[in-house]
Design a protein around this ligand. Structure first.
Ligand code: ARG
Ligand code: ZN
Length: 480
């Protein structure tokens, strides 16, 4: 079954500040060091500088790897955690922050030496015994425990560690990673991950990337997972529940691991069967699939109300329809591999994933993208679709609204209409390939589209991404 137009327009609600790898020149580092701990700029900032989520992420370091060891008991809701972060200081640091919301911290070490720490709202403020010079690689270990709870987002939805009847639905967009591990919780910082998760026997713990195996002892089972490619913290999961598991390798060599709640199994089966063909179709359109692993987690979490493109293995709150499977799969390229630099650019994730649904329908006997566009365009100027422009949603409350998903996809459709199919698909591919495992911004996307097409697209992007209200009838762009 192909997604109907209704499904295609269904979603009513649902900084790489250049990856901060700046190495401070030795002379400057020496100067800063000489200035001593009182000098300005030796404490890492409490946020990554994103106006939508000012405390998300932290300044002063980059995390290369997270090693997370978790134990969860669904009966009590208790989580035991130990996180070892391998990081690099991007400036001299006498002190730095991690994001952690709730939970009790019992020990923090930096390079195995006990460090001072204090809690300040969602910040875990760490003061290592000795200052870390700029460029230094260091290891922070945090031991913690407690009853994790989701965070309520500005739009009223919950994300983070969300307990379910048989475990937990763990989805962190935009800010929930901090509810279950100490994180540099902004997509500007991407890292590899190892997960070791222990749950009661008979329960399964599913994370991102490659399944490394499990071991059972004393009534508890430990699952090991590895995400080798860089991942933003919000895309990490450690979803726990009673799941039916299916594993196979695709013709393209992808390791697929599906975990399905038995209550959703019969509804999910026909859709999950299409995962390899959907990924192959998207690979043809967007370029090579960015990861070694794939799959799905289909939970039964009626209170959640959304799915998330958790890296390599999207997480569904119920059996997905084909449109949503296509959407979350497209995010593997747009959002997961090519990450946001700031939340304001969220249409680069949601507009693209929504447009993938339109394309899938068009190429599988459903409505054409033009029909879907026309259907939306017919909505009156007072409709909430036109409430704000997708390129500037204004605040964190608006990032998952219809203008971002649907008008974002409309912007892409207008681009396609202006430059023609050949150039349009070349742009999509160049975007995914050129920023693979990196970051993008709206400005960079516009510049790429302009360069690939040789057309002046300033007016088009202004109209569809930044202008308030319903755009007037599209005009043909001029050659630049
Ligand atoms: N990125 C997800 C999707 O479009 C939606 C996440 C919504 N998150 C939230 N906290 N409401 O599939
Ligand atoms: Zn999405």
């Amino acid at each position: 079954m192909t997604p109907s137009r209704k499904q295609a327009v269904r979603r009513t609600a649902v900084l790489r500040r250049e990856a901060v790898v700046t190495t401070v020149p030795v002379a400057v580092a020496a100067l800063l060091a000489a200035a001593g701990p009182a000098a300005a700029g030796t404490t890492g900032s409490s946020g990554a500088g994103d106006p939508y989520f000012p405390l998300a992420g932290n300044g002063g370091y980059h995390v290369a790897h997270y090693d997370l060891t978790l134990g969860y008991d669904p009966r009590t809701g208790h989580l035991d955690g130990r996180a070892v972060l391998t990081a690099r200081a991007t400036q001299r640091l006498t002190r730095f922050d991690l994001d952690l919301d709730g939970l009790k911290v019992t020990a923090v070490t930096v390079d195995r030496i006990p460090a001072q720490y204090r809690r300040e709202g969602q910040e875990l403020v760490v003061t290592p015994r000795a200052a870390l010079p700029a460029g230094r690689e260091f290891r922070v270990a945090v031991t913690y425990n407690g009853t994790p709870e989701p965070v309520t987002d500005p739009d009223g939805s919950d994300d983070g560690w969300i307990p379910t009847s048989d475990g937990a639905f763990v989805a962190g967009e935009p800010q929930g990673a901090m509810t279950w591990f100490p994180a540099n919780g902004h997509p500007v910082d991407k890292s590899s991950y190892d997960f070791t998760i222990t749950v009661p026997d008979g329960t399964t713990a599913v994370a991102n990337g490659l399944y490394l195996g499990r071991r059972t002892a004393d009534g508890r089972t430990t699952f090991r997972w590895r995400q080798p490619e860089p991942m933003a913290a919000y895309l990490a999961t450690a979803t726990v529940g009673k799941f039916q598991v299916q594993q196979y390798t695709t013709a393209d060599g992808l390791k697929v691991y599906n975990a399905v709640d038995p209550r959703e199994a019969s509804a999910a089966a026909p859709v999950l069967k299409k995962l390899p063909s959907v990924l192959a179709w998207e690979t043809k359109l967007f370029g090579p699939y960015p990861f070694r692993a794939a799959g799905a987690i289909v939970d039964h979490a009626p209170k959640v109300g959304y799915a998330l493109e958790t890296q390599t293995r999207p997480l569904y709150d119920k059996a997905p329809d084909l449109g949503i499977l296509v959407h979350e799969s497209a995010h593997q390229w747009f959002g997961d591999s090519v990450s946001l630099t700031r939340w304001k650019d969220i249409w680069l994730n949601e507009g693209f994933a929504t447009y993938a649904e339109w394309l899938y329908s068009e190429q599988h006997g459903g409505d054409s993208a033009q029909e879907t566009f026309d259907d939306l365009y017919a909505r009156p100027s007072g409709d909430r679709l036109w409430a704000y422009p997708p390129g500037d949603p204004g605040n964190g409350k608006n990032i998952f609204g219809a203008p971002v998903y649907d008008r974002g996809a409309m912007a892409l459709h207008e681009l396609r209409t202006a430059v023609g199919d050949r150039v349009f698909f070349r742009i999509l591919r160049a975007w995914a390939t050129g920023h693979r495992h990196g970051h993008g911004t709206t400005e960079r996307f516009a510049a790429l589209a302009q360069k690939e097409s040789g057309k002046n697209l300033t007016g088009l992007f202004h109209t569809w991404l930044f202008a308030q209200g319903k755009p007037g009838k599209p005009e043909a762009p001029t050659a630049s």
